[in-house]
Design a protein around this ligand. Structure first.
Ligand code: HEC
Length: 132
């Protein structure tokens, strides 16, 4: 659904399609992995996402959607804060994490304020889900 030459990746049109106050599920239906790949630029200083990519300040994220929380990159030194969350990275939990990492896992070492726009978060999650 990316509109050629449209600098916001068709986001306003997709936002209208999802409707006002759209649920996370509705946003995921209009999410665009290509737009998410571009938005992932703000994560790329700390994360690689390709298969076999190394850890940087943060762990490699290949295959992270659906994988155990604090378990995607076995070599990485995760905080107890993130390890104590438990369970797997569902799309919904990824959305909560990317909204505000410190609220999701108080004390996490991910020094990132979060992504305010729900549709940008959905785009990033759609992109991560393709990297598996
Ligand atoms: C300033 C560096 C930094 C930035 C920017 C950053 N992260 Fe992280 N990220 C980290 C660190 C450090 C951790 C490990 C957190 C811990 O152990 O508490 C982490 C952990 C994660 C995890 C958990 C992986 C696992 O194995 O459970 C995910 C998912 C993640 N980041 C996604 C993102 C996304 C998506 C973005 C961009 C929207 C982003 N991060 C931006 C540093 C960063």
């Amino acid at each position: 659904m990316v509109l050629a030459g449209c600098s916001d990746s068709g986001r306003e049109e997709r936002r209208r399609a999802a409707g006002p106050g759209a649920s996370f599920a509705a946003l995921m239906r209009v999410a665009d992995a290509e737009a998410g790949a571009a938005a992932f630029g703000q994560c790329g200083a700390c994360h690689t996402v390709r298969r076999g990519g190394g850890d940087r300040n943060g762990p490699n994220l290949f295959g992270v959607v659906g994988s155990p929380i604090a378990g995607n990159s076995p070599r990485f030194g995760y905080t107890a804060a993130l390890q104590d969350v438990g369970g797997d990275w569902t799309r919904e939990r990824m959305d909560a994490w990317l909204t505000n990492p410190q609220r999701f896992a108080p004390g996490t070492s991910m020094r990132f304020p979060g992504v305010a726009d729900p549709l940008v978060r959905a785009d990033i999650i759609a992109y991560l889900a393709t990297q598996k």
